[in-house]
Design a protein around this ligand. Structure first.
Ligand code: DGJ
Length: 734
């Protein structure tokens, strides 16, 4: 059997081409050598489709042999990876190995985000001569990072159109083992809930049909041994670099073999591929850890930070910001903004961000009108000078003069019916003629499959940004797509339009980055509805949730840490009672939680007490001092996701293991409570660590095995109630 083997430092991935040209998945796991075709079995089994060229031999079927890229029409009745329809209406293909090659460097994907860096590319070409079809499986091999990426290019080399109905980005089969799938479900204000589900003989599938990756399921999942935990067990991750409709699923087949796959949603796909055209499936970032979920997460942290995120700020500390959304919502004037900026400058905050409501008639409510003002204005990207008290440059200059940078909110993909843009170009919105459109937050989605629409919005927004020293953009997106009808498309095709829409969004972001290479762009989609590795390629930070409550953020940020680094998390201290759940927490607690992200404030700074302001000043100093270990250190979950916990703890360790930072927040309170020991992970066991706050000396082993008591005296014990945060710094005593 011809073998194709991919090695990273600690993992090996192998496929083989059998005598009939079928590409079989042989192995993915700990680094090893050799020919793993010895894992294949050949049993006479009834009731399966056998390839014609095997004659009467029924010991081979694509229905039970482990497939690398299973195809409908091959006799594989499981959840296949690829399905094509021909112009004559027939469905099915016969994909066989044609060639493969290894090249230095990492492939890229036209119009789609793709990771980059020191890597090799392997391309395996599968072909169906009857259909003049080639399917190229692409693999990016990042040796040091233990990452293998996958993507697919489909080529129509024939004269007739082909219709792609399923093109998964990655799929492979395990011949043995029982697995759990870990995934993260949620809703607006409540993203990223950890769920661990046994993968039995039915498909466990997560995904989106909303046109965005969505709050409901994050496009990232882990398949792991049933007994795998933070520090032990085999775990496989798939993180999809795509921000639209998708599916990630796992399933055991009739022989209890498990198939794991990820890609764009086939439910939504009917892509017309004309003669000579190519189609690209988005990239999936895969990693394997033999040492549990913690190691798997750290592989993703390093990779997304270094090989996915881009731009000036990718490895830099981002400015500590204050955002006016939860401070004012739409009720502000230019003077009010400057009052907040004044306080911000005083406290040491580094950037002022003007959120929604600065343009068109957005947020302007007539007396007696029952409206929040969020039903108008989107699409009209000109400054409301009356509200702002003049051109935006006036405010930006004044904010800059206080020593602060200036950032601006936009929502480029949207339009309100109450806007000049919509009145002139109603056909620019995605809506089905004759059907009353479904509204989301009273808005419609612009047809970003059309270049002229993207260009118009780009021109409007850049005309504002060009007038002033704007150094940050928060790019929001506040509704899903359900009427994917493009007035310009001719051939109407839901799946094609939702895919092309995402390409339009990426194009807009590319244009923005090209125009403003040093601009820091923060992603946002009602918080975390587009929190995916695809967006991270353009926006090195993303507002993780519209829920800014410190305690709910513990869960959200803990779950995010399974697949994404701290450097991507957007996290702010907001007012109490919290605006989303009315909880009251101390400003220290809010600070500790928000610091495990891109730190900022989102409250009216002019309404704080002297004591709170002093605390903020301290927090800013502390965050700056700790930024390096928080963002660049190795991240460990001390308390894993999904557990009903008395406290949540996580720690960071510097690369040389000489420094560590423990964060612990209590989430419950009791009469006569138990003592709490804050454990750490990832330390050097034989080193002695001094706790900076208390001066106490601990061995690495002691801290990792038992932990440090969070309270030792009666006075400290009395403060051991709910929602109390601790940060403990440790340095090695040489
Ligand atoms: C949703 C975002 O997530 C919020 O932070 C804020 O920007 C609002 N949109 C503004 O409309």
């Amino acid at each position: 059997m011809e073998l194709i083997t991919l090695h990273t430092k600690n993992t090996t991935y192998q496929v083989g081409v059998n005598e009939n040209g079928f590409l079989l998945h042989l192995y993915y796991g700990p680094r090893t050598e050799g020919d793993m075709s010895n894992l294949l079995t050949y049993f006479f089994r009834c009731g399966h489709g056998n390839p014609y060229d095997r004659g009467t031999d029924r010991t081979f079927s694509c229905d039970f042999a482990p497939q690398e890229y299973s195809c409908y029409g091959s006799g594989d009745y499981r959840n296949h990876a690829f399905r094509v329809r021909s112009a004559d209406g027939t469905a099915g293909a016969d994909l066989r190995y044609k060639s493969h090659s290894f090249t230095d460097g990492k492939y890229s994907l036209p119009g789609l985000p793709a990771s980059y860096g020191d890597a090799k590319t392997c391309e395996i070409v599968l072909a169906d001569p009857r259909l003049n079809l080639e399917v190229v499986l692409k693999y990016g091999i990042f040796f040091e990072e233990d990452i293998i990426t996958r993507s697919v290019e489909v080529r129509n080399n024939g004269t007739d159109a082909l219709y792609l109905n399923k093109v998964m980005s990655a799929s492979f089969d395990f011949v043995t083992g029982q697995y759990d799938m870990i995934h993260f479900y949620g809703r607006h204000f409540n993203e990223m809930n950890f769920e661990r589900t046994f993968v039995g003989h039915e498909a466990i599938a997560i995904g989106s049909r909303r046109g965005v990756s969505g709050h409901q399921h994050n496009p990232f999942a882990i398949l792991c041994d049933r007994d795998a935990g933070e520090d032990y067990g085999s775990c496989y991750g798939m993180s999809l670099m795509f921000s639209g409709n998708y599916v990630i699923q796992a399933e055991q087949d009739q022989y209890s073999q498990t198939r794991f796959q990820a890609g764009i949603s086939d439910e939504m796909l009917d892509y017309q591929l004309l003669s000579g055209e190519k189609f690209y499936a988005p990239e999936v970032i895969m990693t394997y850890s033999a040492e549990g979920l913690g190691k798997l997460s750290r592989n993703y942290h390093r990779f997304i930070r270094n090989n996915v995120c881009r731009g000036k700020y990718k490895l830099q500390r981002r400015p500590i910001l204050v955002n006016n959304w939860e401070a004012t919502y739409f009720s502000f004037t230019g003077d009010k903004l400057l009052e907040i900026a004044d306080e911000a400058a005083d406290l040491g905050i580094e950037m002022f961000v003007l959120d929604d409501g600065w343009f068109g008639n957005r947020g302007i409510v007539n007396p007696g009108e029952a409206s929040f003002g969020d039903d108008r204005g989107l699409g009209d990207w000109f400054v409301n000078e009356e509200k702002m008290g003049g051109p935006i440059k006036n405010i930006v200059d004044k904010v800059n003069a206080k020593g602060l940078k200036f950032g601006l909110w936009i929502e480029p993909e949207m339009v309100n019916e109450d806007s000049n843009l919509y009145r002139i170009h109603p056909d620019w919105a995605l809506q089905i003629p004759g059907k009353q459109p479904v509204l989301g937050r009273s808005q419609l989605v612009l047809d970003f499959t059309r270049d002229e629409v993207v260009q118009n919005i780009f021109d409007q927004i850049t005309a504002v940004v060009d007038t002033a020293n704007i150094e940050y953009i928060k790019m929001d997106m506040n509704r899903s797509i359900c009427e994917a009808y493009s007035a310009a498309a001719g051939h109407q095709n839901f799946g094609e339009i939702t895919y092309k829409y995402v390409l339009g969004v990426y194009k807009f972001l590319d244009m923005l980055i090209e125009r403003y290479p040093d601009m820091l762009i923060e992603g946002c989609s009602s918080g975390g509805a587009r929190y995916d590795a695809g967006m991270m390629y353009y926006t090195p930070q993303i507002w993780t949730s519209d829920n800014s409550d410190a305690i709910e953020r513990l869960n959200i940020q803990c779950s995010a840490s399974y697949g994404y680094p701290v450097s991507v998390v957007g996290s702010h201290v907001s007012a109490v009672p919290n605006h989303q759940n009315h909880r009251i927490t101390d400003i220290d607690t809010r600070g500790v939680v928000a610091m495990s992200g891109n730190f900022g404030y989102e409250l009216d700074l002019t309404k704080l007490s002297r004591e709170e302001k002093d605390k903020i000043k301290e927090q800013i100093v502390r965050f700056k001092a700790d930024w390096d270990i928080i963002h660049n250190g190795d991240y460990y979950r001390v308390t894993p996701g999904g557990e009903n916990r008395e406290y949540v703890a996580w720690n960071m360790v510097s690369a040389d293991k000489k420094q560590a930072l423990l964060n612990l927040v209590t989430t419950n309170t009791h009469g006569n409570p138990l003592a709490i020991y804050g454990k750490l992970k990832g330390l050097q066991s034989d080193a002695m660590y001094r706790c900076v706050e208390t001066g106490a000396l601990f061995s690495g082993t002691e801290l990792m095995h038992i932990g440090m008591p969070m309270a030792t005296t009666q006075e400290e014990f009395d403060k051991l109630t709910e929602y109390v945060a601790f940060q403990r710094h440790f340095v090695v005593q040489e």
